[in-house]
Design a protein around this ligand. Structure first.
Ligand SMILES: [Zn+2]
Length: 414
């Protein structure tokens, strides 16, 4: 691409704010528990084409496919249900990390009511313009390949590799250990008990400890105007390839073929031991069409060159040249504690709604804190977030509080 081409793109930033999304996916199935969701026509404001955004997700089920199918069918609605109406684009993007947490927890709560025993990872990516927001539980992974650099937008919630999660699970009343043989030798990856799951976070899994939580790690970034490529894949890929390898094998190929190539390379090095699924999404700047006379455009480009020169000179002492083309990190939070994740919604809307299930709360005078998240004194305003009784119970259970209460009551009773 010529310098003129690049510069003429940069003097019209509004043109690159709405990139084109090109995608493709590939899979090799062993158990039939991997699922892919692609939805490019979501609208923040129904009927308003300028509010369109895309959702790309992967679900890797275990102990059956029910939780993965449920999440694929419901997670978009559960997340969007936690977004108040009437937000500006900036407000929506700022609120999205909270809505993703609410949506994941709601999907988990609703699925568990079905009393089916399966669980699933969920790696759920929202692309709005150049802003990418990834939310994830489990050990599927999303990486971004942009300007030759590969960054990971998720963390692996796998007990074997995630010490922070081992500490959290243990503190919440779980036990972390390996399976042992009859002879007493320890085998396989670290698991948590009760349940024996290798993951520390998932959607579903009602028959494992409540410390296996659905609270996602969320990362929000802005890709450079030159675009980038997302690779979202299940552990069938990541057990065989590291992030750099996956990006490298796919470079220069269109998305569909890139996804096939990554799956092929994963199988080549490890064989088909697990469902292996890969989704590739290219965020492509739209083609630049000249709209101004050539002479005028040249003068604008010169201005940009001048600007870039002074920019680089003034920034050189603090930042290396070229940082303008880097990925901009906007938000990152991985805490499993809902108190860290459910900040108040803007505009005061939904004040008396449960921040997770979105049900209206009833507040009586003799129990004004009923269901509220934070305790309120009379001089504090009602700004939330609040939880209904059952969501509050779920929160306490996830944090190991119910476990301790049970233990205490058992100890007291004994
Ligand atoms: Zn609720």
């Amino acid at each position: 691409m010529s310098l003129i081409h690049l510069l003429s793109r940069e003097v019209r930033p509004e043109r690159v704010e709405r990139p084109v999304l090109q995608y493709g996916h590939a899979a090799q199935s062993k158990k039939g528990e991997d699922f892919v969701l692609v939805k490019t026509d979501c609208q923040r404001v129904p009927g308003d084409g300028s509010s369109t955004f895309g959702v790309f997700a992967i679900f890797d089920g275990h102990n059956g496919a029910a939780a993965a199918i449920y999440s694929k069918e419901n997670l978009v609605n559960d997340v969007m249900g936690a977004v108040p109406s009437g937000l500006s684009r900036e407000e929506w993007l700022a609120l999205l990390p909270r809505a993703l947490v609410a949506g994941f927890v709601k999907a988990d709560k609703e699925f568990q009511r079905r009393e089916q025993s399966s669980g699933t990872t969920a790696t759920f990516v929202v692309i709005d313009g150049l802003t990418v927001t990834a939310a994830s539980v489990g050990d599927s992974r999303c990486i971004l390949d942009s300007e030759g650099a590969v960054i990971t937008l998720t963390v692996d919630h796998r007990l074997e590799v995630n010490e922070e999660e081992r500490v959290r699970v243990t503190a919440s009343g779980g036990e972390v250990g390996r399976l042992s043989t009859a002879a007493g030798a320890e085998v396989g990856p670290l698991r948590c008990w009760p349940g024996g799951l290798c993951l520390s976070r998932s959607i579903g899994d009602m028959d494992v400890g409540e410390f296996i939580v659905p609270v996602p790690y969320v990362k929000q970034i802005k890709v450079p105007a030159s675009g980038g490529r997302l690779i979202i894949a299940t552990d069938g890929v990541w057990d065989a390839l590291n992030s750099e390898q996956a990006a490298k094998y796919a470079r220069g190929l269109p998305p569909e073929i890139a996804a096939k190539q990554i799956v092929k390379e994963a199988l080549r090095s490890r064989g088909l031991r697990d469902d292996t699924t890969c989704l590739v999404v290219d965020i492509v700047p739209p083609p630049v069409r000249p709209t101004a006379p050539v002479a005028k455009k040249q003068s604008r480009i010169l201005k940009v060159l001048d600007f870039r020169h002074s920019f680089n000179v003034s920034k050189l002492t603090r930042k290396p040249a070229g940082t303008r083309r880097q990925v901009e990190e906007i938000f990152e939070e991985g805490s499993a504690m809902l108190a860290d994740r459910l900040f108040p919604a803007p505009g005061g809307e939904g004040v008396l709604k449960c921040a997770i299930c979105q049900e209206m709360l009833t507040v009586s005078s003799d129990d004004e804190n009923d269901g509220s998240f934070f305790s309120l004194s009379p001089d504090e305003s009602w700004e939330g977030p609040f939880l209904c009784k059952t969501c509050k119970l779920k929160k306490d259970a996830m944090e190991g509080k119910l476990c301790k209460q049970r233990l205490q009551s058992q100890t007291n009773g004994a």
